[in-house]
Design a protein around this ligand. Structure first.
Ligand SMILES: N[C@@H](CCC(=O)N[C@@H](CS)C(=O)NCC(=O)O)C(=O)O
Length: 203
């Protein structure tokens, strides 16, 4: 299997950390959406990452769908139960973080993709508000003990920790340690674990 995309993308990285966590071997093809869009198109005509190139020739896109497949191929995995309340809660926690990350990526693209005079500050402010709201929800889940961030970690731990690191770097005025101390501590714990250490975001 080959994972296409940079670990600097939180969507690619959450797939990579999941693969590492369940011990599934893969190669990493480091392609950037900014610089290598044409090369990425041969794997995903929409030029988005992550893409997982399966050994049977299929190309999977969308981190949630990729992870679902990886976990299905990992008998005995404990990141996501097969059914029940715990599964639903874990998927919701992941969804809150991936929605927050979508807003962060939009905020990064706004000044990059538009001429300076067309960048709309109220839109960016709205995105920052949405990111903040997502983090407030996740901090509350951390306070409730939903994110162990240890050997009993779930897919929510992996996604939230990867997401926090990305947000703290790319949206530092929103993802401030003083406002979200539990998420910051949780991320630090997770980042010290082998599955995370194995997939360091590129500079
Ligand atoms: N919902 C997607 C989001 C993936 C995503 O936004 N990837 C970004 C990189 S961080 C990308 O490919 N951007 C290029 C583009 O949208 O044109 C997922 O979970 O895989």
């Amino acid at each position: 299997m080959i994972l296409v995309g940079r670990y600097a993308s939180p969507f690619v990285r959450r797939v990579a950390v999941t693969l590492q966590w369940v011990g599934m071997k893969y190669e990493h093809k480091v392609l950037s959406t900014a610089k290598d869009a044409e090369a990425i198109k041969q794997y995903n005509p929409m030029a988005k990452v992550p893409v997982l190139l399966m050994n049977n020739g299929e190309h999977l896109i969308e981190s949630a769908a990729i992870i679902e497949t990886v976990l299905e191929m990992s008998p005995g995995q404990r990141l996501l139960p097969a059914s029940g309340d715990a599964r639903r809660h874990i998927l919701q926690h992941c969804a809150i973080m991936t929605n927050t990350l979508d807003k962060a990526v939009q905020a990064i693209y706004e000044p990059v993709k538009r001429p300076a005079e067309k960048v709309h500050e109220p839109f960016l402010e709205g995105l920052r508000g949405q990111m903040h709201a997502g983090l407030v929800m996740l901090e509350a889940f951390a306070a409730r003990g939903d994110l162990p961030g240890d050997a009993n970690a779930t897919l929510a731990d992996l996604t939230v920790a990867v997401g926090w690191r990305f947000l703290n770097k790319t949206a530092p005025t929103v993802a401030q340690i003083k406002d979200f101390p539990l998420l910051a501590a949780h991320s630090a714990r997770c980042e010290a674990m082998p599955a995370f250490l194995a997939c360091q975001p590129e500079a």
